[in-house]
Design a protein. Structure first.
Length: 598
């Protein structure tokens, strides 16, 4: 038992020393204090220091280490400033990218408009869809890729037609050709054309171009179906269904094959658009003949030669109905053979000669040379016998180039500031044909090439070569005359169209000429080997290109030498054509057509 002495308070010893007195009591600091000195843990604090509210002076790495906060009172302003700058510059950069894209698209639109303008009275989306379709098809500029996205082209053209035939939109004032106003319906084709005679020339020209491009797109989309479930276009050959029991495998870049119950025809047939052009009131004869030729070519491609011949004859009837005096139709042409009468050549029009030439070429392609040759000869005679025009087309010289850089810059700015204009309406071809000059035209050279092909195929080898040679020389001379620069857009467009025809005629004639010479050379060599050489005797052979007498040689040897010399001249001409990039333009689709021969 403890004694009382040990229970006295003053007898208990202190276990720790006493703290000195605090003269100034510590002030409480707020949690938002920003001073670096207060980051250190104070020894005298009126409240405990919480770890998640304090910023340590160092970091300890480890599973129990204390890490600094991501956003603290010290770096919050810095993070706010950096975030503001990043957002500001991001918005500015994307704004400049957006505005740059708009400027680039506007520049491309202006460039396309100056090359091939769209009607100014159309609405923006109508014109833009037509420009997109042209761009996909490579109509305005050279096509960089041989692949054309025809479903996209057809979609753009379909949108243009919907807008143009909308009475509340761009088709305001469009009239149907029947009394009910619903339009004439043609069996297995669709609705007939409208009456567009009240529309302006620009509107009618743009509408015709849209229909013609739609027909071209329909030819390429004739065998395509639309999968309504996935909204994608596929060839009919890959469709799975009873009508296609042996489907082809889909290419690697396509999705899985569609089912027949989900597929519908993607685009209208080509005859829908061709017939709409032919039944529209307001298109001129030249436009309708272009539709006739396109539709007849499509029928030939499908193997319907009889229907194609009837279409060509319809084109001749259209040209006859547009004569200044329709009663002269039977006096200008033989009703049965469609040969131009020699005593009525002065009444023939350019459209009429074009329609009969197309009919004759169809006869030649189908093997009826007996019907084609008289028509071509009569057309050539009519063109050569046409009277000279009192106002021939003169080739004006190009404007002088500015002498200083300032003048050139001013001319360029002025050219770009001035708005793009639609080309003026060309003269009608429904009047009597008149020659612009006494020199042979490119149309005459084309006819000579055709006649040469027919004669050569009819076992008239030498005559066929002679006609072909003359046609090539005429085309070459016309092509050189059209190489001078033009002063106006209309003249440049006219020269471009005529130049394409001359290039086509020249290339076709050169290919035919070369093949004819090679066949004649092989035939002559085989005949000489089989029958022996024929002695020329005292005959002095002079070839087509001149030369001295060839005594002492056989006639076959002399003829073979002449053919080889002429073949050398043809090869030199082909090399020059390649150097002038005519073959390149034809391969890109700028000039259509291929020789019949070979």
């Amino acid at each position: 038992m403890l004694s009382r002495h040990f229970l006295r308070p003053n007898s208990i010893r202190y276990l720790r020393p006493l703290r000195p007195p605090n003269k100034s009591p510590p002030k409480p600091r707020p949690f938002t204090q920003n001073s670096q000195q207060l980051l250190l843990i104070a020894h005298h604090s009126p409240r405990p220091q919480l770890p998640y509210l304090s910023q340590p002076a160092f970091k300890r790495i480890g599973p129990q280490g204390q890490l600094a906060r991501l956003l603290s009172t010290e770096n919050r302003a810095y993070v706010r400033e950096v975030s503001f700058q990043a957002g500001k510059w991001s918005i500015l950069i994307w704004l400049f990218v957006f505005l740059g894209g708009i400027a680039s698209e506007g520049f491309q639109m202006e460039k396309d408009e100056r090359k091939k303008a769209t009607p100014g009275e159309w609405r923006f989306l109508t014109r833009q869809n037509l420009r997109w379709a042209r761009k996909e098809m490579g109509v305005v500029e050279e096509q960089t890729s041989p692949i054309v996205d025809w479903p996209k082209v057809g979609s753009h053209l379909k949108e243009v037609l919907i807008r143009l035939e909308d009475a509340k939109g761009d088709g305001k004032g469009l009239r149907a050709r029947d009394a009910s106003g619903e339009g004439i319906v043609i069996a297995d084709v669709g609705k007939a054309g409208f009456d567009v005679s009240a529309k302006s020339y620009e509107w009618r020209t743009g509408y015709f171009e849209t229909l013609l491009l739609s027909a071209t797109a329909a030819e390429h989309l004739d065998n395509m179906v639309l999968d309504t479930r996935r909204k994608k276009v596929f060839p009919r050959e890959v469709m799975l269904g009873p009508s296609n029991p042996d489907p082809r495998p889909t290419p690697v870049y396509m999705d899985s094959a569609p089912r027949e119950e989900d597929c519908v025809k993607f685009y209208s047939p080509p005859e829908t658009f061709y017939m709409k052009i032919l039944t529209t009131e307001g298109f001129n004869t030249r436009q309708k003949l272009e539709a006739v030729e396109g539709y007849a070519n499509w029928l030939e491609f499908k193997g319907l030669n009889g229907a194609a011949e009837e279409m060509y004859k319809w084109g001749v009837d259209i040209a006859k109905s547009a004569l200044p005096d329709p009663g002269d139709a039977d006096t200008v042409f033989e009703p049965r053979t469609n040969v131009v009468r020699a005593d009525s050549i002065h009444k023939a029009t350019s459209n009429l000669l074009r329609a009969t030439t197309s009919l004759a070429t169809h006869h030649a392609r189908t093997g009826d040379t007996a019907a084609a040759l008289p028509i071509l000869l009569s057309v050539l005679r009519a063109r050569r016998s046409a009277p000279l025009s009192p106002n021939p087309l003169t080739t004006s010289s190009a404007p002088p180039e500015p002498k200083t850089d300032i003048g050139a810059a001013y001319a360029m700015v002025k050219r770009w500031i001035s708005p793009a204009t639609f080309p003026p309406e060309p003269p009608s071809d429904d009047t009597a044909l008149m020659r612009s000059s006494e020199k042979p035209t490119c149309e005459e050279g084309e006819l000579m090439v055709y006649i040469g092909e027919i004669l050569f195929a009819s076992s008239h080898g030498s005559e066929g070569v002679g006609w072909t040679r003359q046609g090539v020389l005429v085309a070459e001379a016309n092509l050189q005359r059209r190489s001078a620069p033009a002063t106006s857009g209309a003249e440049a467009e006219r020269r471009e169209v005529e130049g394409r025809k001359c290039k086509q005629c020249l290339l076709t004639g050169v290919k035919n000429w070369e093949q004819m010479l090679r066949q004649l050379t092989e035939s002559r060599i085989s005949t000489s080997t089989r029958e022996g050489g024929r002695d020329a005797g005292w005959l002095e052979w002079k070839g087509w290109f001149g030369g001295q007498g060839e005594k002492g040689r056989t006639l076959d040897e002399v003829g073979a030498g002449v053919l080889e010399e002429e073949l050398t001249q043809v090869e030199k001409l082909k090399e020059r054509i390649v150097r002038e990039n005519i073959e390149v333009e034809l391969s890109k689709g700028k000039v259509q057509g291929a020789p019949w021969f070979g």
